[in-house]
Design a protein around this ligand. Structure first.
Ligand code: FAD
Ligand code: SAM
Length: 656
């Protein structure tokens, strides 16, 4: 299991010309003479990007991989060239790995050196938030340009990447100053990730780089350098690509005849999926049985952006860290104070076991993600008296989920069809059809089931082990005294600072109740949760004067899987899967050569449990990456851990 990383930021010095230098490596980020020209020559021209961008047609993409994101100068130059050369419907993917990210203010200062890149630099700086260790996705120009930033050591993170790179920018400080990076493992990864014929450009001509690249199958050519650089290298991958994946988790080979998708369910999962596909030029029908988006679990007035992390780098913990960053960046487009607020979240250390868990987390995660606060500091941060200190997440906060759903569903290529409930799915003439008795509601080449636990009604997904858990929130009118609450406070329950004059208090958990009428019993339970959070806040909210029978609130179903990971990706035909891989029942180590019997064009985005705000938007990107042959936005083992086929596989292996 990969270690949970700890991100130190780049320590910079600034020279007399205002250029950044790395204190650790004692090296420059870009050429001191003319960084722009050098980038354009070494990385853009030597990879023949002007022509390759120009040759991209609508719907086509080019994937660049980079070692060492640094100030993002190479990325911005590539983006600018792409904007100048590529067709309107083409897309650029840029995957870069960075062990020591610059702080946002340093990045801004470094990029201010290049006035002609201002529009691109401003967009990067605006999205350069919540970049914590692991895979972080940033979306620009309405999805035309996508950056997947791997925050951590290239040797640790590149092996987790699932991508086909067309052009490499091999940057990353001179080999003499950074021998750890330019190691045989790195060259092996470059080969594994290269598309046939992938090219590279690099500023160095060091022997270790030439030999390393040749050994793994690149042709290497020395070409004249610029300025003080005598020569630089360019070349092409001519080796054999091998990217072995178990067939049940491999990318389906089937491609839709046209880019049309039917997404069933307009909660966070469906709206996010529709948005990620629409941004990539798909025509999307978003089908919803209610009058609008976000009427069920995604309809609460406030949800909390709270990260339940593990100190052991589990798949769920890494998904949460990537998802948090992605959602947090999407929220920048919403109205702060009304639709969301980054007021911070305090997780109370409510008993010794929780305090111990929190101490472990504080030891492995960066301080700008979470910090341990003693009681006095926690009270100062939250503005109210508390029973204990806890972990404070300064970038967390609350979100009005319907606003996020509306933002995501608002795209000219998304057609929202309301008041239509799909009872049955049929696959005919290469199209998925949604039927309501004998009425055809909609059809498309691809269908994405995003209806939470309701997807079990369809025969093809009936075996997925999804459970509903009823939850109820209570709405508490704000009082002058409750205005003191400055951040979200969580323990077993949660309470948020007021939105439009009301605090949301949540939430009950009930496995046995199917009735969504709010109950006074659950309101009373929520008031109990509030007492445990802060008796001071309960008093400020005058809760002793509140009768549970009179309280307002709403109930909905969470939808969870047995391993608490969402279920995201393509699905196989259950019976054919059991037949194809029956041998696993006898020997679980076998990897038969049999292709997976996919249900061509059928995808799932469900099971977001109690944290859909954090996982659902990124999982929309994951579905789009599966469908468009793009770099996955999460590590390969995280995508496998979320894969819909995992349950059928476990059933076979356990003979159940
Ligand atoms: C009380 C409560 C508190 C929560 N608090 C938080 C929190 O603080 N933070 C957090 O991150 N998460 C929280 N969650 C979880 C979060 O709300 C969910 O994870 C998220 O909303 C799930 O989104 P979804 O799109 O999968 O499901 P839903 O929002 O339930 O959307 C599914 C949609 O599909 C539609 N649909 C289903 N079947 C069909 C069909 N056959 N035809 C047409 N339409 C169909 C439904 O009508 C519905 O609109 C909470 C959930 C609850 C219930
Ligand atoms: C010369 S700078 C890159 C300049 C950058 N491409 C730009 O456009 O500004 C080299 C970068 O590589 C990063 N780096 C060095 N070793 C690394 C490693 N092992 N893994 C990931 N990044 C590394 C450094 O932190 C630094 O930001």
């Amino acid at each position: 299991m990969p270690e949970t990383p700890h991100t130190p930021y780049a320590q910079l010095d600034w020279d007399d010309h205002g250029q950044p230098l790395s204190r650790l490596y004692d090296d420059v980020y870009f050429s001191q003479e003319n960084g722009l020209e050098e980038t354009r020559y070494v990385f853009l021209a030597n990879n023949e990007l002007p022509d390759r961008f120009g040759a991209l047609g609508d719907g086509e993409q080019l994937v660049i991989g980079e070692t060492g994101f640094g100030t993002g100068l190479n990325f911005l130059c590539a983006w600018q060239l792409f904007e100048q050369q590529a067709a309107a419907g083409a897309r650029l993917h840029f995957v870069s790995v960075e062990k020591y990210p610059l702080r946002q203010d340093d990045l801004q200062r470094a990029l201010a050196l290049w006035p002609e890149l201002h529009p691109y630099a401003d967009a990067l700086v605006a999205q350069y938030v919540a970049l914590h260790p692991g895979f972080q996705r940033l979306v620009f120009a309405d999805g035309r340009v996508i950056l997947t930033l791997l925050v951590g050591d290239a040797r640790e993170l590149l092996p987790q990447l699932d991508a086909r790179i067309d052009a490499w920018f091999l940057d990353g400080f001179a080999p003499a100053r950074n021998p750890e990076m330019w190691a045989p493992e790195l060259f092996g990864e470059l080969a594994r990730l290269s598309a046939p014929g992938a090219t590279f450009g690099t500023f160095t001509s060091a022997g270790v780089v030439r030999r390393g690249l040749k050994e793994v199958g690149f042709t290497v050519k020395r070409v004249p350098g610029q300025g003080k650089k005598w020569e630089v290298l360019k070349g092409q991958f001519e080796g054999a690509s091998s990217n072995p994946t178990k067939p049940w988790f491999a990318r389906p080979a089937w491609r839709p005849p046209h880019r049309s998708a039917l997404v069933i369910g307009a909660g966070l999962a469906g709206c996010a999926t529709a948005n990620s596909l629409a941004k990539r030029g798909w025509q999307v029908t978003l089908l919803e049985r209610h009058a609008g988006v976000a009427q069920e679990a995604s309809g609460n007035p406030q949800g909390v952006l709270y990260l339940k992390l593990s100190a052991h780098g589990t798949a769920l913990s890494r998904l949460i860290l990537s998802g948090f960053g992605h959602t947090r960046r999407a929220l920048e487009r919403l109205h702060k104070g009304r639709d969301w607020d980054n007021c911070g979240v305090l997780q109370l250390a409510f008993d010794p076991k929780e305090a111990q868990r929190q101490a472990q987390l504080a030891a492995v995660f960066p301080e700008d993600l979470l910090i341990n606060l003693d009681q006095a500091s926690a009270e100062q941060r939250t503005g109210i008296q508390l029973p204990a200190g806890g972990l404070f997440y300064p970038e967390g906060g609350w979100v009005h989920p319907p606003a996020l759903c509306e933002l995501l569903a608002d795209h000219p290529s998304i057609r929202l069809v309301t008041h239509q409930e799909a009872f049955e799915l049929r696959h005919e003439n290469n199209a998925w059809q949604a039927w309501n008795d004998d009425r055809l509601l909609a059809s498309a080449a691809v269908v994405v089931l995003a209806g939470a636990a309701e997807i079990k009604r369809f025969q093809c997904s009936a075996e997925l082990p999804l459970k509903r858990i009823r939850g109820q929130i209570s709405r508490l009118p704000a009082t002058p005294a409750s205005a003191a609450l400055r951040s979200v406070v969580c323990a077993e329950g949660y309470v948020a600072p007021a939105r439009l004059g009301e605090h949301t208090l949540g939430a009950s958990f009930d496995f046995d109740n199917d009735d969504l009428t709010p109950t006074s019993r659950d309101h009373a339970g929520n008031l109990h949760l509030l007492e445990a959070l802060s008796t001071d806040l309960a008093a400020r909210l005058d809760t002793h004067a509140l009768a549970p029978e009179q309280m307002q609130g709403r109930a909905a179903f969470r939808c969870t899987s047995p391993d608490y990971l969402p279920i995201v990706g393509p699905l196989a035909d259950g019976d054919a899967f059991s037949a194809a891989y029956a041998v696993l029942g006898k020997d679980a180590r076998q990897v038969p050569d049999t292709p997976c019997p996919w249900l061509d064009g059928l995808y799932i985005n469900s099971g977001h449990g109690s944290r859909g705000l954090i996982t659902a938007p990124l999982c929309g990107e994951l579905i789009a990456a599966w469908l468009n042959d793009e770099p996955l936005p999460v590590p390969r083992d995280v995508a496998d851990a979320c894969h819909p086929n995992r349950f059928a596989l476990r059933r076979l292996i356990r003979n159940t």
